[in-house]
Design a binder for this molecule. Structure first.
Ligand code: ZN
Length: 269
């Protein structure tokens, strides 16, 4: 996330880049869509920022907002962590789902926000992703899902892992219905999310340098028996190896998504 504003008496006027650590004018940084003008680091976005940068003004309508996680395993401190995340972010879970238009075309969408428990996928996030895909299938309109997750939510155990199968089945429903599904990998797209609905989209885009992988960096380093490229587990490696279709800079993302929605069909009523 963003570095703290400098306490210089011009509070709030500056931010520190999480990539190159340089001090940036906040206004310039925001105008550049939260991408560092110096090093190009794409900072993580809140779901509200993502909506504002992607969809037509005022077109996003949130759905399924009342869904709340239970604590089925009575996992130690899970309730407290959930409540703290809710208080910090104003969200009820790590994914916000709804419908919106992009250059006038109707889409079903879900946006993961890393700031809520690392974007982890428990029962609620899995259900929202599933409903997003099912809405796309039923209405024959494109689904656009923004991924940002460390993976499955360990505090929900098997119920969390079940979301992998459930969301994967929902992607199949889209395919049967002929509704295109576009995934956007943002930093990070990892583990149980990558291994389920994320990596089986019809079209996969990624933001530059997004962390994309299955195991975490430390686990991967321990398991390496051969040397891997320096950008292993980055979007660039995924693009070179055919795992994803295209890396798109944030400033071009809306236009790219809009074109894809029109080319792939559906969505225009
Ligand atoms: Zn920078």
């Amino acid at each position: 996330m963003l570095g703290k504003s400098k306490g210089t008496g011009l509070d709030g006027s500056f931010v520190q880049c999480a990539g190159c650590k340089k001090t940036l004018f906040k206004r310039e940084f925001e105008d550049n869509l939260y991408v560092c003008p110096q090093c190009g680091h794409h900072h993580r976005l809140t779901w509200q920022q993502r909506v504002a940068l992607t969809f037509d003004d005022g077109s996003f309508q949130e759905l399924d907002s009342a869904l709340r996680s239970g604590d089925p395993l009575e996992f130690p401190e899970y309730r407290e962590k959930l409540e703290a995340a809710m208080a910090k972010t104003g969200m009820n879970d790590s994914v916000v789902a709804g419908v919106a238009t992009i250059d006038g075309a109707h889409v079903s969408t879900a946006i993961a926000d890393f700031s809520f428990m690392g974007g982890s996928m428990g029962s609620v996030a899995g259900e929202k992703i599933t409903r997003t895909l099912e809405r796309a299938a039923e209405d024959q309109k494109p689904a656009i899902i923004f991924c940002a997750s460390g993976g499955a939510r360990m505090q929900e155990g098997l119920l969390s892992l079940m979301q992998m199968a459930k969301t994967t089945a929902a992607v199949a429903k889209c395919r049967e219905a002929g509704a295109p599904y576009i995934a956007v990998f943002t930093d990070p797209t990892m583990a149980g999310v990558l291994a389920s609905y994320a990596s089986i989209a019809d079209v996969i885009l990624a933001e530059p340098k997004a962390l994309v992988g299955f195991a975490g960096a430390r686990v991967s380093a321990q398991a390496q028996v051969t040397k891997v490229p320096d950008d292993f587990q980055k979007a660039e490696f995924g693009e070179r190896s055919g795992m994803l279709d295209k890396i798109v800079e944030r400033r071009a993302l809306k236009q790219t998504l809009s074109s894809l929605v029109r080319v792939l069909g559906g969505g225009v009523r």
